[in-house]
Design a protein around this ligand. Sequence first.
Ligand SMILES: *Cc1c(COP(=O)(O)O)cnc(C)c1O
Length: 762
Amino acid sequence: MKLDYSHSELSEIIKGKEINTVPGKITMVIYDTRKMASNRKGVFFALQGKNKSGESFCKDAYDKGCRCFVVTMEVNLPEDAHIIEVSDSLRALQQLAKYHRTQFSIPVIGITGSYGKTTVKEWLYFLLKDEYKICRSPKSYNSQIGVAHSLLTIEEHHDLAIIEADISHPGEMEKLEEIIAPTLGVFTGLGKNYQENFENQKHHLNEHLRLFNSCNFTFISTDYHSVFRRRKINVIETHFSDESWKGLIPINAQFPENRALCFKVAEFLGLSQSILKKKALELPVLPGRMEVFEGINNNIIINDAYNIDIDALEQALEYQFTVQKKPKNIVVLSLFGVGEARRKRILSIVKRHSPDASFVLDQEEELPSELFAIRDATILFKGSFLSGLAEKVKQLKNRKHETWVKFDLNAIKNNLNFLKSCVPHKTKVLVMVKASSYGTGDTQIPYFLQENSIDYFGVAYTDEGATLRENGITLPVLVMNTEDEAFEDMVRHCLEPSIYSLHQLKRFEKFIEEKGLTDYPIHLKFETGMNRLGLDESAIEKVLEILTYSKTIRLKSVFSHLADADNSDQEFTKDQINRFKSVWVTMKDKVGDEVLFHILNSEGVVKFGKTAAFDMVRLGIALFGYTAKKHSSLQPAITWMTTIAQIKTLNEGETIGYARTYTAKKPMRIATLRIGYADGFRRILSNGKGGVYINGVFCPVVGNVCMDMTMVDVTNVDCGAGDEAEIIGEHQSMMDFAKQMQTIPYEVMTGINKRVARLYNG
Ligand SMILES: *Cc1c(COP(=O)(O)O)cnc(C)c1O
């Protein structure tokens, strides 16, 4: 169930007094009007800010289409606003969240502790995401507002919720426990620091433990055994040194205790040993809470501005000073809403690390201009969720990364292993890395593959092979398109030509002879149906004759290429394989055992890997997760993202972009994206032919795609400048996007312009 309550149901749920009643429905909750889309059937909760009452934003929310308001004092709004008065608007928001939570009878995991909550939440998500449809707190939304917000995102299709909770005052956890009503608990531990609002560490601990009052089981580290026993909480204990986790927690791994806890929970929820073993070693580093990205001026930005716990601050500082080694370290704090005593503690902790500079901001302040001049530094941003600092930090992002394509090396490795499992064990693997490895970059993927035990590389042209050699690739490289003019370069870089005619064979042999070389490796390409390049079967006899007498060249492989492997009708492909088999039968005994025969490309491997692999296969697109039909064992490895440069509001009748091909039929909100046809986001996507996902919602292109920018309709989407837009990723697959551009994944991949930043993670 998406949020879907009528105005009167809402009044009843939050037990408010209806000041003005207007029939209507709410489908979302709003408490920050800055990022609000227009035309929202939302309810605005006027929460108390530091300097301003929430009520002062009611008009803004009304102007953006909101017609339902929860307030604590009189407000002046037009007649068609449904107004509910309550004594405490935050409490009312929580009551709604609590009610919403009770609509679902799914397991809800509640996580607390003074550190590691977000890490544990993200790890659990990573471990269980293929087994469960999980709703989890966004980022580090663990405060009184954040928890309510998180719970309100539970929808009907979810079958597990993971919610983190944090407190800064006595009494708060009781409220969170009431609304989360967790069925399972996870306690991440208590650091040496406690918040100044608590009397002592024990007091702080006891308050945390209230979350687990009615949990069926709470997962804890054995270290906390006695504390929990005294409180009579049902626990399931584990310890990172337990025999069960042997080999799953690398020495020096971050947070070994919390890793063990996550494994225990995952096991409890039915994750198989084999999957656990595989995923345990791939837990993402520093997930969720801390965002680390390249900033302007060669800075590294650590954006940890979603909470201001003291332990998390220490962790972030430690990360900044030990992991990120830059000549300078800068700390930016937003201490909005932080009490005097805590403020002092925070400042003294920061001081202890002696950063080169530190800045302290208050709520509404813009970032100090000095920050924009800093270079070669690691800059840590730390502030509470309400400070809005996390948003402001985006201004310091490196422009170059405003549009980027990311390659997931773990997925590529998984795909390689899967494809290897499709062919007999001894089959060799050649990977085609032509066109800069299908547009992924000149050398990163080849280098990664070379480390992951493949046997051969293939490229289209000699220059591409030369680039590989210049960048430390030492595996043999097969060049598909052999040009006479490139013989010299071919030999200089130890590249191996594919020979596709008798004339070419003779010319190359002569060239090698003149060079005074012997035993130079070559490959023969045969025609079996592609009708592009290749020797005819009838040439075999002549070829063998030349090879038998030649001392200068040595045959390494014989191959052909499939023309129609993607077709679900396999007749033509089978016919090609048979024609190749006949070449194999004729040649095999005469050329010797070392000569490798190969015909299968990616698609061929998936369909005929068990029967027609011969001695080697040539992989390409499937390494990135793509085959003609989506294959469940292949993981998509590519994410393509851009960002919003600006949001505009249009009146009815205004037009958008070059040639004014789109006219607003009603007032609308559009976002200008930092991507255009020069990036490979082709012009054919104009005017609704294509689109992107922003915050999980599809946004069609409006107007013509420009060279460097594109406008999309975000009238119904909550978003702001700096937000990310997904071109290919979780919501929009490569296949879907390729269809919008009326092409195939190969062309999408190789069409992404060089100016788009390439990121590799793994
Ligand atoms: C590109 C190419 C491949 C790989 O094709 P995929 O469909 O990407 O697997 C194999 N062999 C030759 C000759 C190629 O040109």
